[in-house]
Design a protein around this ligand. Structure first.
Ligand code: ADP
Ligand code: MG
Length: 405
């Protein structure tokens, strides 16, 4: 049970030796071990697929992949969490209806094969402690970890940026989620103690040390995921594209909402439906907010930074309409609490986590207060994760063999 808390906001320690031992037990050979982290996003929500800016960071929760060559032509994928195995043919990694988690990996294999890499039969075991469906992108961590492991095992030397695109392709085409590039990019490229601003058009990025002074990053998990999420995501994308096509008639150089200003929208407001107007103004304002927020951090102005997080939430809730009762409740409670300088829903919406910057000395009190308010009003248990910023996808150095083996 990866979501069970041992103390406030922490998860049980995760031991790479466990997945290694499982691999040794099943396949009698030493595996290659890879970790790939979940991610948070400080600001810049629903901007990635509009070719805009985001400010993500990789966190100290990982998907782990143990991988090795198969001794015969059969390949297997095993998920510890689901206790399910899939046998497949690496040369023909077709989509499956069951188990669903395998498609994230099969799509990656498909890309390797289609790109002409000579993929050999493999065994892989998946485990991890990235909470799933919480907006921390366990899916991207899974794709990236596996793509990196597959590449490393074969020694293909595929650049990380290409692996990021392979991972995203898998999510688009084998899972059916038309995600932007932020999640895969963050899992793969994260850096310890650092956040980065990513330009989702050029894929240029800039790391900066994140100095939150007396504040900790606390994620509050609503533990809900409303079924609206996928359909709403697709309609939002369509509404943004509609806005672009309206403005393109007047400003031919416009490629995406990234190129649009609020003045342009105002000048042609009558051509937008009220919803299209709200969606597009949110995205344009949010893009600006990311750059202003980066400026705040450079100046050490955390109060202003936090204020922008609240503004983002407000936009996501009222204009973009991807929040929900549970997320709004937790952000309102955070605002009331006093020791929080910024809070907002994080990720696609309709559930998942809020991200909060909380005074370090008051973290336990914060979690207790919000948990009990959540139970009382929403009648559910809230989970909380205190997170630190860690490096992106990497090989875990070989674990010394215990002398008894
Ligand atoms: P998110 O990316 O926000 O965590 P998604 O719904 O996009 O949520 O992805 C969650 C899915 O990723 C799970 O339903 C499962 O299929 C897969 N997944 C995540 N973690 C694991 C894991 N440890 N083992 C196997 N599959 C996993
Ligand atoms: Mg996901």
């Amino acid at each position: 049970q990866p979501n069970v808390l041992t103390q406030k906001g922490s998860l049980p320690e995760f031991q790479p030796s466990e997945i290694r031992n499982k691999f040794l037990e099943r396949y009698k050979t030493e595996p290659l071990l890879v970790r790939s982290p979940g991610r948070i996003n400080f600001i810049g929500e629903h901007t990635d697929y509009n070719e805009g800016f985001v400010m993500p960071a990789a966190i100290d929760r990982d998907i782990l992949v143990a991988i090795g060559a198969s001794a015969d032509s059969r390949s297997t994928l095993y998920s510890v969490k689901h206790d399910e195995t899939l046998e497949f043919d690496v040369q023909h990694p077709e989509k499956v209806t069951f188990p669903a988690w395998a498609n994230y990996l099969l799509g990656v294999v498909r890309q390797f094969v289609d790109k002409g890499y000579d993929v050999k039969p493999i065994h892989a075991i998946i485990d991890g402690n990235v909470p799933t469906g919480a907006g921390l992108s366990s899916s991207a961590a899974l794709e990236c970890g596996f793509a990196f492991a597959l590449d490393h095992l074969h020694g293909f030397g595929i650049p990380k940026l290409d692996l990021i695109h392979i991972a995203q392709w898998s999510e688009h085409n084998y899972v059916g989620v038309k995600c932007g590039i932020m999640d895969q990019f963050s899992s793969m490229m994260g850096a310890a103690g650092k956040a980065f601003v990513l330009d989702c058009r050029s894929l240029t990025y800039e790391y900066f040390p994140l100095n939150l002074k007396d504040y900790a990053i606390v994620l509050c998990d609503t533990m809900v995921k409303h079924s609206l999420a996928n359909s709403a995501y697709n309609t939002r994308r369509a509404e943004c594209e509609k806005g672009v096509s309206i403005l393109k008639a007047h400003y031919p150089t416009i490629q995406s909402l990234r190129d649009v200003t609020l003045e342009m929208i105002e000048a042609h407001r009558e051509e937008f439906s009220p919803k299209e107007y709200d969606r597009c103004t949110y995205v344009v304002a949010e893009n600006q907010r990311v750059l202003l927020a980066a400026d705040d951090l450079a100046k050490g102005n955390l109060a202003s930074f936090g204020q922008r997080m609240y503004e983002t939430h407000d936009g996501l809730s009222r204009l973009y309409e991807v929040s929900c009762l549970e997320l709004d409740f937790l952000v309102d409670e955070a605002k009331k609490f006093g020791g929080v300088i910024g809070a907002r829903m994080m990720g696609g919406g309709f559930g998942g986590c809020t991200i909060n910057l909380v005074q370090k000395s008051r973290v336990n009190e914060f979690i207790e207060t919000l948990s009990s308010a959540y139970r009382k009003n929403i009648h559910r248990d809230m989970h909380a994760y205190v997170v630190a910023l860690k490096d992106g996808t990497s090989v875990i150095p070989a674990i010394a063999k215990p002398s008894l083996l």
